[in-house]
Design a protein around this ligand. Structure first.
Ligand SMILES: Cc1ncc(COP(=O)(O)OP(=O)(O)O)c(N)n1
Ligand SMILES: Cc1nc(C(=O)O)sc1CCOP(=O)(O)O
Length: 568
């Protein structure tokens, strides 16, 4: 839908929200009694504005800013006042109810049930240390909407039992609007996911709150979902709207992005990755054909392949990128990540030596903002608790498009101890590798590749098994790392070359096929390199591998690809 087609809020003759306890100061039209509840399950939390008068830009009045935000498409307004006396709070609440009534937007009062009652608002929002839910429910009319703040699954469970209409989940990110510096107070994307799992099937709606902006909205929505695809009903925002000199434009950006994403998410639990039409095309022949075509696409579009990778493999990775036809850049400084993310292509984050954590955090976030695919290689993630914590931090900061790893690394991220690690290598494999990759892909909402003698690839639904490769790959250092390079090269090219735009998607293009292509390119080139006459062992294998990558053709892929598909 184009910007001009998105329905924005327009003033309406009189409101249907709010219960009639006291008439707002400026309203002349009588309100229907207890109409707030008539919003019932249908109340629209898509863009939930929480007010913050102290953040208003100089010269902008509270009501002018609020009205602009309403015109921009805000769907619920919460009056949050932390430092005024009761009389002033009531006056602000009444003015807010009166203005919002004109846009048919319900008003919720933060913390204060008495103000909710006296102002004729649609309901109240309660924190964990505010009035107990049961008492608030008793005091408020049955029509009132009552929301509860939650930061843990336990609190979410309690809110469901109590009968909350919705919950505010957060803080998702750090924010300067409110002090959330206490340990564990920022629950992150992973925390919101855990709470959404609790809410599944309960009918209790959810918004996320804390540090949400138009720049991280899509990443937040994409990541905040339970493994079965239970997602947010909206986002609650303070500063991104209130502190803006143009609150209408700020609200419009947020609500449009939310609606585009919600339309995509409604197509199914893995529709964030592939459409049903794409899925129908996942046959071994079609996958080989797509991978073959992408070999030429890489050479045509020459993706910039930005790699933050470990010192052991940098030169090798750059040479592999060049051999395929991509353009490598190994840039780690935090300060250059925003500029680099604006250049089309792919990003690889390989944390083999974790030298550039700030660069990794910034690179992924900027890539998400610019729709660039992010390939994450959590090298040796189970080896130390520092690596485990770093992986969790990175996965909270940005959304990977692809996670690739060996059995020990994938097992660690999947909370499985079936496979043992030895440093950055793994010992053994999974009894049900397809199940492991499928479930990890669902949990992390991304493509997962488990590399090994057979490579298992999944988008959370389909599993693709590829059995090309050669044992010499296991005898050179960094074979897994250069697999990350070939995948990010193909993902970058596929995202640049796609002609069909999927609204609300974090990355354009079929990343499952691109990951398959990147895997096949390396493993088939390895087979060909190993069969060369001059190759006597690992020392002669590596240059031959780079030669074979440079000489790869679509026909070679079509002839040699060994692919099986398991549809769910
Ligand atoms: C939608 C939404 N979610 C969470 C909060 C936080 O409320 P609370 O825990 O009561 O903290 P304060 O806002 O009172 O500081 C909220 N207000 N809205
Ligand atoms: C009011 C509030 N409650 C939070 C919670 O975690 O409960 S975070 C928060 C402030 C959100 O402001 P901004 O959108 O400017 O980051």
């Amino acid at each position: 839908m184009s910007e001009s087609e998105v329905p924005l809020n327009r003033p309406v003759p009189h409101s249907t929200h709010g219960f009639e306890i006291a008439e707002p100061l400026t309203r002349t039209t009588p309100q229907p009694s207890h109409a707030g509840r008539s919003l019932g399950p249908g109340f629209d939390l898509s863009l939930y504005l929480v007010t913050g008068r102290d953040l208003l830009p100089h010269g902008k009045s509270y009501l002018a800013s609020l009205e602009e935000a309403l015109r921009g498409g805000v769907t619920v307004v919460q009056v949050r006042e932390k430092s005024v006396d009761t009389a002033e709070f009531l006056e602000i609440a009444r003015d807010t109810v009166s203005l919002c009534a004109g846009y048919d937007v319900p008003v919720i009062i933060n913390d204060r049930v008495d103000i909710a009652l006296a102002s004729g608002a649609a309901g109240a929002h309660l924190g964990q240390t505010d009035m107990p839910f049961a008492i608030a429910r008793k005091l408020l009319p049955p029509s009132a909407i009552v929301g509860v703040s939650c930061a843990t699954p336990e609190q979410a469970r309690r809110a469901v039992e109590d009968g909350a209409d919705y919950v505010g989940l957060g803080a998702v990110y750090a924010t300067s609007t409110k002090d959330v510096s206490a340990p564990g107070r920022v629950c992150g994307i992973a925390g919101v996911r855990a709470m959404l799992s609790v809410l599944e099937g309960t009918g209790v709606k959810a918004v996320a709150i804390g540090g949400i902006k138009s720049t991280n909205l899509l990443r937040t929505l994409h990541g905040c979902a339970s493994p079965t695809g239970h997602t947010l009903d909206g986002v609650a925002v303070v500063s991104d709207i209130v502190a803006s000199p143009e609150p209408q434009a700020a609200a419009r950006r947020l609500v449009q992005a939310f609606r585009a994403w919600a339309a995509a998410a409604s197509r199914g639990p893995t529709a964030f990755l592939v459409t049903p039409e794409q899925k129908a095309r996942y046959t071994p022949e079609a996958i080989a054909a797509a991978a073959a075509a992408l070999v030429d696409t890489v050479r045509r579009v020459r993706p910039l392949v930005h790699q933050i990778t470990n010192n052991v493999v940098k030169t090798q990775s750059a040479n592999v990128t060049l051999a395929l036809g991509g353009s490598p850049i190994m840039a780690e400084a935090e300060a250059e990540q925003a500029d680099l993310a604006r250049m089309p292509g792919g990003l690889l984050i390989n944390f083999g030596t974790i030298d550039a954590l700030d660069g990794m955090l910034a690179a992924g976030s900027h890539a998400n903002q610019n729709g660039k695919p992010v390939v994450f290689d959590p090298v040796g993630v189970g080896a130390t608790s520092f690596r485990r914590a770093t992986a969790a931090k990175l996965l909270d900061a940005w959304q990977p498009t692809v996670i690739k790893g060996n059995a020990a690394e994938i097992g660690e991220l999947a909370d499985s101890n079936e496979v043992k690690a030895q440093g950055v290598d793994s010992l053994g494999g999974f009894a049900n590798a397809s199940g492991v990759v499928r479930s990890l892909a669902r949990n992390h909402r991304c493509i997962v590749l488990l590399s090994g003698p057979i490579d298992y690839l999944s988008d959370g639904s389909t599993v693709i098994r590829m059995s090309n490769g050669h044992e010499l790959l296991g005898q050179i250092t960094g074979a897994g790392c250069v697999l990350g390079t070939t995948i990010s090269t193909f993902c970058g090219a596929a995202s640049m070359a796609t002609s069909s735009i999927s609204e609300g998607a974090l990355v354009q293009g079929d990343m499952l096929l691109a990951t398959a292509a990147g895997t096949l390119a390396l493993t088939i080139a390895a087979q060909r390199a190993a069969s060369r006459e001059e190759v006597r062992g690992p020392g002669t294998f590596l240059p031959a591998l780079i030669d074979e990558l440079a000489m790869l053709t679509p026909e070679i892929i079509l002839r040699m690809a060994r692919i099986e598909v398991e549809l769910e």
